[in-house]
Design a protein around this ligand. Structure first.
Ligand SMILES: *Cc1c(COP(=O)(O)O)cnc(C)c1O
Length: 396
């Protein structure tokens, strides 16, 4: 799968028209990722986890494609509702819900919730009586980069008991959900979780509960600097086969975040300072770990990085502009000698980047522009078209 990547020429052209740093998001790439998932996981519906990147143009494209959405707060619900999305297209997938979220859900007709504790049952029964609820169970996956199963999920052995308690309080228990952890490279983790859920579905049936829905969460991986070759196709194909085998009559859902938006965004930044002391040259760029690179901290990420320069190559350190020593982005990165004003590019930076950026030290959050609205995109399309024409002319 090809990532969205600006060429050197496009970086130069864009940065001659607007000040760095800025993010460039391709909504065509968003659509490609969405369709890829529909193709390789045809038996699962998609709730896009909007916390990964709620840029309006991205949401708009997904709304147009018929996506459903995973939300976790009143703010996320209001954002989507304001864009015309009915509550019936959302799942409130935060196991611990606050009152403003529950009230907003009731207001917009969102009727599907996840929970993993008995105390949540009373809250839901009070604010959204009769709601459809899925119990989140904890699953084991040592291969995930972000482990979500210490904070979330009930022990699978308690699943039926909790679902029955929800029913006793007038809620409608419809199924089970899990999240194997983020940036998971293990198909086995999903397969084991599916088997576990299959057992719970059987047990529930014996207790007179007919479960109809299964939500297999997110976590599907995106190529990173330290793991550049990720092929999600065989992974999704294998999961889909397992769904067909184990859950032929169940409504199955996924909640991808990073997979949809991660590869669709590039960051363009400039070298604004240098530091020549120490073991290797340092370059200070105009975007920081408190800004779009926040995923390095919060999401344990290493974004693929490209620098545009032509001098001798040596291991170099890249740091952000804030007055904090922690604000270091790359160490011992093989870089040509750079000068102030030279441009750098981070790719696959669409997930958990802008959303967790801060204005620390007074630096503004880098704006996101839409690639398909830029003249550079049109000229790329023209070049691609003429080379396609050339190829087909040669073929003739
Ligand atoms: C964050 C989150 C997701 C998305 O995770 P990714 O790793 O971005 O795919 C899905 N479901 C829930 C409940 C989440 O909290």
């Amino acid at each position: 799968m090809k990532e969205f990547r600006l060429t050197e020429h496009e970086v130069m052209s864009l940065s001659s028209r607007m000040p760095t740093p800025f993010m460039v998001a391709s909504t065509d790439k968003i659509e490609e990722n969405y369709r890829f998932m529909r193709h390789h996981l045809p038996h699962a519906g998609i709730y896009y986890a909007i916390k990964a990147n709620p840029t309006p143009a991205i949401l708009k494209r997904l709304i147009g494609l018929g996506a459903h959405f995973d939300v976790a707060s009143a703010g996320e619900m209001a954002l989507l509702h304001g864009m015309g999305v009915d509550g019936s297209r959302m799942i409130y997938a935060n196991t611990v819900k606050n009152i403003s979220g529950l009230k907003m859900a009731a207001k917009i007709g969102l009727n599907r919730f996840t929970f993993d504790e008995e105390t949540e049952i009373d809250k839901m029964a009070a604010y959204v009586p009769g709601a459809d609820v899925l119990l989140r169970i904890s699953v084991h996956n040592s291969k995930a980069k972000v482990d979500l199963n210490t904070k979330f999920g009930a022990p699978p052995s308690m699943a039926c008991e909790l679902l029955m308690k929800a029913r006793d309080k007038g809620l409608n228990p419809i199924g089970i959900c899990f999240h194997v952890g983020s940036q998971s490279f293990s198909t086995a983790a999903y397969e084991e979780a599916l088997l576990l859920c299959h057992g719970i579905f059987d047990e529930a049936k014996r207790m007179g509960l007919n479960l109809t829905d299964l939500d297999i969460g997110g976590g599907f991986p995106v190529p990173s600097l330290d793991c550049p070759h990720v092929d999600p196709a065989p992974m999704m194909d294998a999961i889909d086969r397992q769904i067909v085998r184990l859950f032929p009559n169940t409504a199955v859902w996924t909640e991808p975040g990073r997979f949809i938006c991660g590869t669709a965004v590039n960051l363009v930044a400039s070298v604004i300072g240098t530091r020549s002391y120490g073991d290797e040259p340092w370059y200070i760029i105009d975007e920081s770990i408190y800004g779009s690179f926040s995923g390095i901290m919060y999401d344990h990420w290493a974004y693929p990085f490209t620098v545009f320069g032509h001098g001798e190559v040596c291991p170099s350190t890249f740091a952000g502009p804030t007055c904090d020593g922690i604000d270091v982005l790359y160490r011992s990165f093989q870089s040509p000698r750079l000068s102030i004003g030279d441009k750098v590019l981070a790719t696959n930076i669409g997930a958990y980047s802008t959303v967790s950026a801060t204005r620390f030290n007074g630096f503004e959050i880098a704006p996101t522009v839409i690639w398909e609205e830029q003249p550079e995109c049109l000229s790329r399309k023209d070049t691609e078209k003429s080379s396609d024409e050339r190829i087909s002319a040669e073929a003739i």
